[in-house]
Design a protein around this ligand. Structure first.
Ligand code: FE2
Length: 379
C-alpha cells in the first residue's frame, strides 16, 4: 500500500492553519473477541471479508492470536487471548466483544505521537519499530473514549501483507466479497454530558473540526433521545460522530449501550458500498439481520427525498432507507446488534453526493431500535 502523496485539503475554516496530524485514512480496526477463529469465520462467511494475515502460537506469540481480514480498503483484526487474566481478557470481561483499536494510517507515526501527546493525549504506546524481511512499520498510540485507543501506523517502508509479526493467511475457504469498499465513519457512544468533552479532545488533540451537530430535538421520538456531533479530520477521510444519551420518557439506546458495554465505546462502523441493493441482498442471504421500518416509510419517502436513480421496489423489499441533503442523496441500512450484548452494529451506506448522515431517517430508525429495546426489556 503506497502512501498517498496528494496534498491534504483542509476545510475552509482551517485554511491557513497547518494540519498537524495529516491522516491518510483508517488503517485497520481491531476487535477484542472471545473466539477469534470463529469470529473470523463469521466475517468471511456473512460479510465477505477475505483472509489476509495471521499471528498466533505458530508465529511465536504465546498469549494471543490475531486474524486479519480485508475487503477493499477495510481491514479488520480479530484478537483473542490464549491465556487467562491478561489485558485482553479484562477487556472482554468488561465489554464483551468490541472495538479496541481504531488504527489511523499516517506518514510519520513518531510525529503523530509527539503532536497529539503534546496537546494532551494520554499515551497508549510510545513509538516503536517492528521489522521483518519485508521492511519496517512504525507504531504509536493514544487513548480515546472509554478503553478505546488510536494506533498510528506508518507503513511507507513496508512491503509485506500486513505488518511484521504476521504471516500470510491463505485458507481454501474464501466466500466472495460483497462490495464493501471503505469505512465511511465510526461512531463512539459516550456517557451523560461527555459528548462535548470528547469533541473537544478530537478538536484540540487531533485537530479535527465539527461537521454537524444534532440535539435531542433532531434525534428523539415520543420516548427516547440522544445527542450527536460529527468530528472530521482536515482532509475529511476520517469522520467520528460522538453520541451521548439525552433525557426521554424511556431509556435512550445510548444508555442501553453504555450499560451493556460497561462504558464508552464504538457503537457502529459504517461501511461504504457502490451498490447497496446488491450488497444488502447478499448480506441478508448470508444471514445478517437488519433493522426494519414500517412499510408506511416508503409511501411518502420520494416526496421527501425527490427523484433517485434506483427503483423503489428493491429498496422497500430490503428495508434500505433514503435521505437527501443539499449535495445529493444517500442510501443506508443498519444491522441489529452483531454481538450477544446489545452494543455494536454495522451500517451499510451508499453515498450519491450526500455528505450527511441520514438525519431524515433518525425518527424511523430510532423507533425501530425502540421496538428492539422493548423486546430486550431494556426500554
Ligand atoms: Fe452512521
Amino acid at each position: 500500500m503506497a502512501a498517498d502523496k496528494t496534498p491534504l485539503k483542509l476545510p475552509k475554516e482551517n485554511l491557513g492553519v497547518e494540519d498537524f496530524l495529516p491522516l491518510l485514512g483508517t488503517d485497520y480496526v481491531e476487535l477484542y473477541v472471545g473466539n477469534a477463529k470463529q469470529a473470523a469465520h463469521y466475517y468471511r462467511s456473512a460479510w465477505g471479508f477475505q483472509p489476509l494475515a495471521y499471528a498466533g502460537l505458530e508465529t511465536g506469540l504465546k498469549d494471543r492470536v490475531s486474524y486479519v481480514l480485508q475487503q477493499d480498503k477495510i481491514k479488520l483484526v480479530l484478537t483473542s487471548p490464549l491465556k487467562s487474566g491478561g489485558d485482553i481478557n479484562k477487556h472482554i470481561d468488561a465489554h464483551g466483544d468490541g472495538v479496541k483499536v481504531i488504527a489511523l494510517w499516517v506518514d510519520d507515526a513518531r510525529q503523530s505521537y509527539i503532536e497529539t501527546v503534546n496537546r494532551g493525549a494520554e499515551s497508549y504506546m510510545e513509538p516503536r519499530v517492528r521489522k521483518d524481511a519485508e521492511g519496517e512499520v512504525v507504531l504509536s498510540g493514544i487513548h480515546t473514549y472509554g478503553e478505546t485507543v488510536h494506533v498510528f501506523v506508518e507503513r511507507k517502508n513496508y512491503k509485506g501483507v500486513f505488518m511484521p509479526g504476521f504471516r500470510n493467511w491463505d485458507p481454501l475457504y474464501k466466500p466472495s466479497d460483497l462490495g464493501l469498499k471503505y469505512i465511511d465513519h465510526m461512531v463512539g457512544n459516550v456517557g451523560w454530558n461527555e459528548m462535548d468533552k470528547w469533541c473537544q479532545f478530537y478538536a484540540k488533540v487531533m485537530g479535527f473540526s465539527q461537521l454537524v451537530s444534532f440535539d435531542d430535538k433532531d434525534i428523539s421520538t415520543e420516548y427516547t433521545a440522544l445527542m450527536s456531533k460529527v468530528m472530521s479530520n482536515g482532509n475529511g477521510r476520517i469522520k467520528f460522530p460522538i453520541n451521548e444519551p439525552a433525557e426521554g420518557r424511556k431509556k435512550s439506546q445510548i444508555e442501553e449501550y453504555i450499560e451493556f458495554y460497561n462504558g464508552a465505546g464504538v457503537q457502529h462502523m459504517a461501511l461504504a458500498t457502490d451498490n447497496i441493493i446488491e450488497t444488502v441482498g447478499s448480506l441478508k442471504a448470508r444471514g445478517v439481520e437488519f433493522l426494519t421500518v414500517p412499510s408506511s416509510y416508503y409511501e411518502d419517502v420520494l416526496d421527501r427525498v425527490g427523484k433517485i436513480d434506483e427503483d423503489l421496489a428493491p429498496l422497500r423489499e430490503l428495508g434500505i432507507l433514503i435521505d437527501r441533503d443539499e449535495e445529493g442523496y444517500l442510501l443506508q441500512i443498519f444491522t441489529k446488534p452483531i454481538l450477544d450484548r446489545p452494543t455494536m452494529f454495522i451500517e451499510i451506506i451508499q453515498r450519491k453526493g450526500a455528505k450527511s448522515f441520514g438525519k431524515g431517517n433518525f425518527k424511523a430508525l430510532f423507533e425501530a431500535i425502540e421496538r428492539e429495546q422493548e423486546s430486550r426489556g431494556t426500554l
